[in-house]
Write a protein that binds this ligand. Structure first.
Ligand SMILES: [Fe+2]
Ligand SMILES: [Fe+2]
Length: 186
């Protein structure tokens, strides 16, 4: 599926700007991760697509997410089994599918942490500019800040990809600073 097609499809299912922004952030995080892992062009595109579509049914069927997408949306798109598995594995409590493949693990490791980094950017006067690993780790310890973001999922995610929390945060900060400069995210 081409980029343009995937983006317009996303826009038909998601109207909320913040969820669209989240989808783009996770797509960019996945794309950058695939590049870091020296994947080929096709695989880099698949990782981007996986990130972009991972929450496609969240707005219309929050209770059935992501099962609704896998049963009713992805078959029409002929999305690869690998991407579908990764999307199922980002919500193991609702799908019973846990992260196994590299793509599964990176989606899990990027989803909640991207949301958290975005939340921190919103309370900083300079947004992503000048953001440090400490800007994030301090807030992670404050249970009242972005309380809906699961800290356990964040810690489990970095374990899955075999990174330290600090290294993965630094990687994502750099990715989002660059994306923000290029107006790809808010
Ligand atoms: Fe989700
Ligand atoms: Fe998400």
């Amino acid at each position: 599926m081409e980029k343009k097609h995937a983006e317009s499809l996303l826009n038909t299912y998601i109207k909320s700007n913040s969820l669209l922004n989240h989808s783009h952030m996770v797509a960019i995080a996945m794309q950058a991760s695939a590049k870091k892992l020296d994947k080929n062009e096709n695989t880099i595109h698949d990782w981007w697509l996986c990130g972009l579509l991972h929450d496609i049914d969240w707005e219309i069927y929050p209770d059935q997410h992501p099962n609704h997408a896998v049963e009713h949306i992805f078959p029409i798109l002929e999305l690869s089994d690998e991407i579908q598995h990764a999307i199922l594995a980002h919500a193991p409590e609702r799908t019973g599918v846990t992260a196994e493949t590299e793509m599964d693990c990176y989606l899990f490791a990027s989803d909640e942490l991207s949301g958290f980094i975005h939340a921190v950017s919103l309370i900083r006067p300079t947004g992503y500019d000048g953001m440090k690993v400490k800007s994030i780790t301090k807030k992670l310890k404050n249970v009242n800040f972005a309380a809906n973001v699961s800290r356990d999922d964040i810690y489990h995610g970095v374990e899955l990809i075999g990174e330290t929390l600090a290294d993965h945060i630094l990687f994502l900060i750099n990715v989002f600073q660059d994306a923000k400069q290029r107006n790809l995210i808010n």
